[in-house]
Design a protein around this ligand. Structure first.
Ligand code: G3P
Ligand code: CA
Length: 257
């Protein structure tokens, strides 16, 4: 415990590395995910989409334009076309040659390692395929699914209740605490409380909501901490941890609760 007295209880939040560590490596690349793991991430967050020919690949944007040297919508490109793109070169020369990862590669890289994979489904209708690939790797107990689409998470939960699901709230679509609670209650109604996490956006977290969730034994993660914003107050309100682009502080400052 270092400088703390022997009987001090030191806890730290659950830290989810958002798209890897985009403050240090290109987002949603294997290089970024490996770095997140090395830096001690508890969870690694990622975004899934389907190519034109039905392969699950990892990318946040609906087009390849921002993060690769190509152009076009993911849904208009085949897997082979996407695999030829460079997902590192725009970030820096150092990462030239990084490929757009497949979901399978991501799963296989971390299979059996001490990390949870926080898998966001971008778009609906891919739930069955996502769950099948997780099952094929025998990783049902190592994954949490999340989505901005409540129906998608309810579908996922019905397909495989053993996999925890999270409903994402967006600051871009602010909801009242009552509306949040209504959706949260729908999730609770569908399963046991420890099967559900609710992931709140940075600008739309209210103590009332967090308290409501905590009283029901639900985990609430908080997205997205881009840098060194303080989050101690939010932890005190009951948040379990940040989904963050910035992992560096984890090694700097243990959190005392
Ligand atoms: O984990 C939550 C966060 O990733 C949701 O927003 O746009 O970064 O996918 P976005
Ligand atoms: Ca995401």
């Amino acid at each position: 415990l270092g400088k703390y007295p022997e009987n001090t209880i030191v806890k730290r939040p659950i830290v989810a590395a958002h798209r890897g560590v985009p403050s240090l490596a290109p987002e949603n690349t294997m290089a970024g995910y490996r770095l997140a793991y090395e830096l001690g991430a508890d969870q690694i967050e990622t975004d899934l989409q389907l190519t034109k020919d039905g392969h699950l690949i990892i990318m946040h944007d609906l087009t390849v334009n921002r993060t690769t040297n190509g152009t076009g919508a993911v849904s208009d490109l085949t897997f082979d076309e996407i695999r030829q793109l460079d997902a590192g070169i725009k970030y820096s020369e150092e990462f030239a040659g990084e490929k757009v990862p497949t979901f399978k590669e991501f799963l296989q890289e971390f299979k059996g390692k001490d990390v949870i994979l926080l898998v966001e489904l971008k778009g609906v209708g891919i739930e069955e395929q996502v769950i099948r690939e997780i099952e094929e790797e025998g990783m049902v107990d190592q994954v949490v699914l999340q989505s901005f689409d409540l129906g998608s998470m309810i579908d996922s939960f019905e397909l495989k209740p053993e996999i925890p699901v999270g409903y994402l709230y967006s600051a871009a679509v602010p909801a009242t605490t009552e509306a949040k609670i209504k959706n949260a209650q729908k999730m609770i109604d569908y399963g046991t409380s420890n099967n559900v996490t609710l992931n709140a956006s940075y600008g739309s977290t209210y103590q009332e909501f967090i308290t409501y969730m905590r009283q029901r034994g639900m985990l609430t993660m908080h997205w997205t901490f881009r840098g060194e914003e303080p989050f101690r107050d939010k932890l005190a309100e009951g948040l379990v941890g940040p989904i963050t682009d910035y992992m560096q502080w984890l090694t700097d400052s243990p959190i005392r609760l």
